[in-house]
Design a protein around this ligand. Structure first.
Ligand code: ADP
Ligand code: MG
Length: 242
C-alpha cells in the first residue's frame, strides 16, 4: 500500500491531518512511548501519519505527565515560525486512543540519519542545532533526522523539549563555538517578535508560563552570544545516540 503523499505545507496535508479518518496500522518499532503508524483517509485521499496518544506516554520523572504531545505540537510551531521546515506538520487531535499528537509521516530511508547525512547538509544541521537550543531538546538522536525523497531533512520526536531546566542532549555538536550565520540570526530575531505575538499566544495553551518564558530566555541568550553553544551539561548526549 502506498497512499499518495500530499505536499508538505499544502492545504491537502492539513485537511488530511485535521479531518482524515484515522486507522491504526501498527505500533512503531523502537518507540519509547505508544507511537502508532496510522493511515488517514479524507474523502478517498489517503496519507500516512504518526499518532502519539497522550495516554500512551511513558511517565518520566522530570516532565509533567501527559504533556509530551503538546510539546511535539509546540516544536512544530516554533519550527514554522523560524521558517526552517524542521518539524513535519504536527497537530493535537482526538484519535482511536484519545487525544494525541498527529504528525505527517516522512518517507525516508531508515539507514540514513545525522551521522550519515551531516557532511551533505551542514547548513541544515546548523539550523537543527539552533532549533534544539531554543526548544531545549533533551533527545536529538541521530535517528531523529530523516531525509525525504526531495532531499529535505526533517526532525522528529520533540516530546521531551521545552523544560525550564537546561536539558539539551543532542548528537549535533559539530558547530560549537562557530559564529551563527547572519541569515540564521535574522530568523532567530524574527522568532523573538513572533514570541511576543501570535506564537507566544499559541504556546500559552501548550506550555506552562515558565516554560514559555524559558523559550524567550534561551533565544535572547543565543542572540546575545551569537555563537553555537558548547555543551551545557556534563553529559550532553542522548542515549542511545542513533
Ligand atoms: N514523522 C515521522 N515520519 C516517519 N517516521 C517517524 C515519524 N515520527 C516517528 N517516526 C518513526 O517512529 C519511530 C518512533 O518514533 P519516536 O518519535 O522516536 O517515538 P517515541 O516518542 O516513542 O520515542 C522513529 O524512530 C521513526 O522511525
Ligand atoms: Mg524516540
Amino acid at each position: 500500500m502506498c497512499p499518495q503523499k500530499p505536499e508538505p505545507g499544502s492545504a491537502e496535508e492539513s485537511e488530511l491531518l485535521e479531518g482524515g479518518e484515522i486507522e491504526l496500522l501498527g505500533r512503531m518499532p523502537w518507540s519509547s512511548n505508544a507511537t502508532f503508524l496510522v493511515k488517514l483517509d479524507h474523502g478517498g485521499r489517503e496519507s500516512l501519519a504518526i499518532y502519539k496518544p497522550r495516554k500512551g506516554e511513558r511517565p518520566l520523572w522530570d516532565f509533567p505527565r501527559g504533556t509530551l504531545c503538546e510539546r511535539e505540537v509546540a516544536a512544530h510551531l516554533v519550527s514554522e515560525a523560524l521558517g526552517w521546515g524542521i518539524v513535519p506538520r504536527t497537530i493535537l487531535r482526538d484519535g482511536p486512543a484519545g487525544v494525541g499528537a498527529l504528525q505527517r509521516f516522512v518517507e525516508h530511508d531508515p539507514e540514513e540519519h545525522y551521522f550519515t547525512l551531516r557532511e551533505r547538509f551542514p547548513d541544515v544541521f546548523r539550523r537543527f542545532a539552533l532549533f534544539d537550543v531554543v526548544i531545549n531538546n533533551a533527545d536529538r538522536k541521530s535517528g531523529h533526522c530523516l531525509r525525504d525523497g526531495n532531499d529535505h531533512v526533517w526532525g522528529i520526536d520533540h516530546g521531551v523539549s521545552f523544560h525550564c531546566a537546561v536539558k539539551l542532549r543532542t548528537v549535533i555538536w559539530d558547530y560549537e563555538g562557530e559564529p551563527i550565520p547572519p541569515a540564521d540570526l535574522e530568523a532567530l530575531g524574527r522568532l523573538g517578535e513572533r514570541l511576543g505575538g501570535d506564537l507566544g499566544r499559541d504556546l500559552t495553551v501548550l506550555l506552562s508560563g515558565a516554560e514559555r518564558q524559558a523559550v524567550e530566555d534561551r533565544l535572547d541568550w543565543l542572540l546575545t552570544q551569537r555563537v553555537f553553544p558548547h555543551p551545557l551539561t556534563e553529559y550532553p548526549y542522548p542515549w542511545p545516540m542513533v
